[in-house]
Design a protein around this ligand. Structure first.
Ligand code: IPE
Ligand code: IPE
Ligand code: MG
Length: 232
């Protein structure tokens, strides 16, 4: 019998390929985003079964504002509708929702729904689902440095000072970052934490991801040797 794969404590996912998934079916890009949400639900459910503690999903980057006005407003609308509309799902599955990113830069209704969803799921303990919204790694580091400076005059900021001022300092560093749609770059995702994260790139478009893809990731992760600069 195959050994049970060792799951990462914290998995980061760059959900990519929604647009191409839709294009392949002659559908509008928005249809890809809607379908991508179904994939997110399948993936978080399986991640919970496999004992992954934290999954960070890259939902909207600080660069995604460059997209058409219609696409951006659809994505914002989807966030408001589904954060609220899927509350029953999060609570039934024991999913705690947290958010990282530059939340001040989001429309007021999105900020409000984020705040109420985080509050409504704070006692769920099966898995933590972190949504990176208006998130950019460079932006996060920059805001962390500014938070340090706001605490008073500083001599030399240490790595620990910066880490402890990131958006979610109590969340363990990401162990593995995976990306769908066969693109091989980080696109400004979790730059601080990616220093020693394992990376995995997968071909399928995000809306096609199923439970079995999470099992594949765990299997791949369990075969990595993490040395952190040391020797085995
Ligand atoms: C990822 O899919 C979703 C977001 C970035 C919001 P894309 O929309 O980037 O899909 P492609 O890359 O155009 O196929
Ligand atoms: C990264 O995907 C951002 C999210 C998944 C939210 P993009 O599709 O925006 O990235 P690039 O532009 O291809 O690097
Ligand atoms: Mg893309």
């Amino acid at each position: 019998m195959e050994a049970t794969p060792i799951a990462p404590t914290h998995l980061g996912i760059i959900m990519d390929g929604n647009g191409r998934w839709a294009q392949k079916r002659a559908l509008p890009r928005t249809a890809g985003h809607l379908e991508g949400l179904k994939a997110l639900k399948r993936v978080i459910k399986e991640a919970s079964v496999l004992g992954i503690g934290f999954v960070t999903f890259y939902v909207f980057s600080t660069e995604n504002w460059k997209r058409s006005k219609q696409e951006v407003s659809y994505l914002m609308h989807l966030l408001v509708a589904k954060l609220h509309g899927e509350l029953g799902f999060y609570n039934k599955q024991g999913i705690r929702i947290l958010v990282c990113g530059d939340l001040d830069g989001l429309p007021k209704d999105v900020q409000e729904v984020i705040e109420s969803t985080v509050k409504a799921t704070e006692n769920n303990t099966n898995i933590t689902c972190i949504l990176a919204i208006n998130y950019g790694g460079q932006n996060e580091i920059c805001r962390a440095v500014n938070r340090c400076l706001a605490e008073g005059p500083q001599k030399n900021l240490t790595e620990n000072d910066i880490r402890s001022h990131l958006d979610l300092p109590h969340v363990p560093p990401v162990d593995m970052i995976v990306r769908s749609a066969n693109e091989r770059r980080l696109s400004n995702f979790l730059l601080w934490d990616s220093a020693y994260a394992e990376l995995g790139f997968y071909e399928k478009f995000w809306p096609d991801w199923k439970a079995e893809d999470v099992r594949t990731i765990c299997k791949d992760y369990s075969q990595r040797v993490r040395k952190f600069g040391g020797v085995e």
